[in-house]
Each structure stands twice: as structure tokens, then as C-alpha cells.
Design a binder for this molecule. Structure first.
Ligand SMILES: [Fe+2]
Ligand SMILES: [Fe+2]
Length: 396
């Protein structure tokens, strides 16, 4: 089995990438293409668009490439900075019989010696070095010769270079310019519709979240999310809270809810003090994981937003009005049905603190009946709102 491997930021994928892929496909027939967008293992995003969006755009752009395509999550889910040799080790473990053809640019080939464990890596793969059609480059020829000592079939593949870069594309998109000639039609339509590279914080992040929801949540959970967002905005209007902030928090509050436990847990662990996370019941961790996603994948640094996403299931002392709104909107969204809903909704329209006290009581009671674990933050929050509302009389 011959696998063509192509890694990069793909922020966003563009016609230059497609040209490289098609040049490789002209060089040789492949059984499978694996495209691997980089992840964001650091504190700040390494890319403007979050991983699931970049992945989806790649899938759209290469959907008619004519060879079986897999856009891999491996680096997207990685907790650490990924090195190519580790990625290739992973591919070899999944496809032990395969020959892996690894696309790199001419610059990468020339600088191969700066790559971690490059001789080992070269021993595992065959590089296809993409270069400009008429370039006679002694440096490149010499570099490829050296690589061939470890990877004898490494070859230079040549084509006209399409003059487009992701940076230039992002800038053009941010300025509202036309990018339709530089990227796949489906990709440009998505970038435009969801404002994926807009300069404005809310325009970009709200649009991005709207695209992420159907990519990361099944239909019922997605519908719940949009219902929460609608109610959160109504509460925000009533209580003088920034409606865009409330809308964005609500769109992201459950974004990690349907991810595998392993991924949810590692994101939650990165979101807060590790001991605090360790003491929390599993069902509340998706809020913490979502806050980590918002920070690392979307670059959202606003602590008020992150806190409202974190506390939406468990609550806490000293909740801001934004946090109360997200907590209550989550509990009272249109599709939910439980006996105490109507009186609680009436309270939420009257007084956020009284409503929070009742909401916490209701959810603690519900968890007790169900035998579910109760987060200590929820007890503390109930005590806090009870004291706030009744001046210290816990039975009041
Ligand atoms: Fe939730
Ligand atoms: Fe929710």
C-alpha cells in the first residue's frame, strides 16, 4: 500500500496545496492520501482557525481529488508539539505494511538537518520534494542527494508554483476581499459565510462557533446549544449583559460534550488547577474542556467568557451575571422539560440570584435522586446564593 502524506497548517487550505497534491498524484499512483493539519498544543493557538474547522475545509477542498482521503486528527489531538518522526511512527503503527511518501517543500529539504532525528525519519519514508518547475538549484540537488543515503527513492517533483499563501489569504479575507480565485469554491463559501478570518473578535468567533457546532455535536445537542444561545441573549438584554458575549459563551458551552473521555479529560486538565479538576465529577468536566478549547483553539482570552463556559454545569461562588445567565439558559432552554421548569423560568425573569439559588437546589436534588456525584462547587454556590438572598439563614 502506497500512502501519500501531506502535513501543514492549512490555515486555510488553498489552491497551492491542491497543486502540490496533484503534482504528487501525477508522479505516482497512490492508494490513500493522508492529510494532517497541525494541532495547537501550546497556550495560544498556532493557527487562526481551530483544528476542526481547518480539517473540515481540507475535506471539502480535496473531496474530488479521486483518491481515498483521510484528514487525520493525530496532531490535532496531540498534547505536545509534534515532530515529524513521531507522526511517521504513528502512521507506521497504523499502516505497518505501507510505504509512506512524505511531501515536503524545497526549503524543508535544504534544511532537513535541523529536523529532529532526520536520518531516522528519512529511513522510514520516501520524500517527495516539491519544487518550482524550472529551478536548477544546486543546494536542493545536494540536499536531496544526502537524504537519498537514508531514503533512496526520495525524488524531486516539479510544477508551476501557484502564487498564493495562507497569510495573504487570511489578510484578504479579513479585509473583506475576494478570495474565490485562490481557494476551492466550497472553502471560499464557508470562509465567507462564517466569517472565519474576520478581524472583529465576535464576528470571527461567533461565526466559527456556528460552524463548529454541527461539526462537533450531534443534532439534538446542536439544537440544545442554539436554544441556550437564544435564551442567553434574551436574559442578557433583560439584565444589561453584553449580548454578543452571552451568545458566544452559549454557543461554546457544550462544544466538547461529545468528544471521547480521553480528549475531554486532557483538555479539562489544561484548563485549570490540576487538583481542582481531579476532584470534579466527570459530567462537569465538559465545561472546563470547552474553556480550554476556546482558549487554545480560538484564542479567546477573556476570563469572563472562559469562566462562564467552565461554570455552566457546576456553578460556583461569586458568579458574574454572565455566568448566571449561561447557567440558567442551559437549564431552561426551550427543549428541556421538567416539573420545576415553569416556576424556575419565572424566577429567572425576575431575579438572577433567587433563580440561581432555586436552580442549584433543583439540580442538587435531581443529582441526589439519580445517585450522581455532586461537585463541591455546587454546594458552595448554593450556600453563597442562599446567604446572598437571605442574609445567612440557610433555611430561609
Ligand atoms: Fe453542559
Ligand atoms: Fe448545555
Amino acid at each position: 500500500m502506497d500512502i501519500l502524506f501531506f502535513g501543514g497548517s492549512f490555515d486555510p487550505v488553498h489552491n497551492g496545496h491542491e497543486n502540490i497534491l496533484r503534482t504528487a498524484l501525477n508522479y505516482k499512483k497512490f492508494d490513500k492520501i493522508i492529510v494532517m493539519p497541525v494541532g495547537s498544543p501550546g497556550h495560544k493557538p498556532s493557527c487562526k482557525a481551530p483544528f476542526p474547522v481547518r480539517k473540515y475545509l481540507v475535506e471539502q477542498a480535496f473531496s474530488d481529488i479521486g483518491v481515498e482521503l483521510l484528514v487525520s486528527d493525530f496532531e490535532g489531538n496531540s498534547r505536545e508539539k509534534s515532530y515529524s518522526y513521531l507522526t511517521v511512527d504513528y502512521l507506521k503503527s497504523v499502516y505497518p505494511q505501507a510505504t509512506i511518501y512524505f511531501i515536503i517543500g524545497a526549503d524543508s529539504a535544504i534544511n532537513m538537518k535541523s529536523w529532529a532525528r532526520w536520518q531516522y525519519l528519512a529511513g522510514q519514508v520516501t520524500f517527495l520534494v516539491f519544487a518550482r518547475e524550472y529551478d536548477e538549484d544546486d543546494l536542493l540537488t545536494a540536499a536531496v542527494k544526502e537524504i537519498q543515503q537514508y531514503s533512496p527513492d526520495t525524488a524531486i517533483i516539479r510544477s508551476q508554483v501557484i502564487p498564493v499563501s495562507s497569510t495573504q489569504l487570511r489578510n484578504t479575507a479579513a479585509a473583506g476581499g475576494d478570495i474565490s480565485g485562490l481557494v476551492d469554491g466550497k472553502v471560499s463559501a464557508l470562509i465567507e459565510k462564517y466569517h472565519l478570518y474576520a478581524d472583529d473578535f465576535y464576528e470571527r468567533n461567533i461565526g466559527t462557533a456556528q460552524l463548529l457546532i454541527p461539526l462537533m455535536l450531534r443534532e439534538k445537542r446542536a439544537q440544545h446549544t442554539f436554544n441556550v444561545a437564544k435564551l442567553a441573549v434574551q436574559f442578557a438584554e433583560k439584565y444589561g449583559v453584553d449580548t454578543q458575549k452571552a451568545y458566544l459563551c452559549a454557543l461554546l458551552h457544550d462544544i466538547m460534550k461529545q468528544q471521547p473521555d480521553r480528549i475531554m479529560l486532557h483538555r479539562a486538565q489544561q484548563s485549570d488547577i490540576i487538583e481542582k479538576i481531579a476532584a470534579k465529577p466527570m459530567p462537569v468536566l465538559h465545561g472546563f474542556a470547552a474553556a480550554d478549547f476556546a482558549r487554545r483553539e480560538m484564542g479567546i482570552e477573556d476570563e469572563e467568557i472562559l469562566m462562564a463556559i467552565k461554570s455552566h454545569t457546576c456553578g460556583r461562588r461569586n458568579m458574574s451575571n454572565l455566568e448566571k445567565i449561561i447557567y440558567l439558559a442551559d437549564m431552561l432552554s426551550e427543549e428541556r422539560d421538567f416539573p420545576e421548569k415553569e416556576p424556575l423560568l419565572a424566577l429567572a425573569w425576575t431575579d438572577l440570584d433567587i433563580a440561581m439559588e432555586q436552580a442549584l437546589k433543583d439540580s442538587i436534588n435531581w443529582l441526589k435522586e439519580k445517585g450522581g456525584a455532586i461537585d463541591s462547587d455546587s454546594y458552595e454556590a448554593l450556600e453563597y446564593f442562599t446567604t446572598l438572598n437571605h442574609g445567612g439563614n440557610c433555611n430561609g
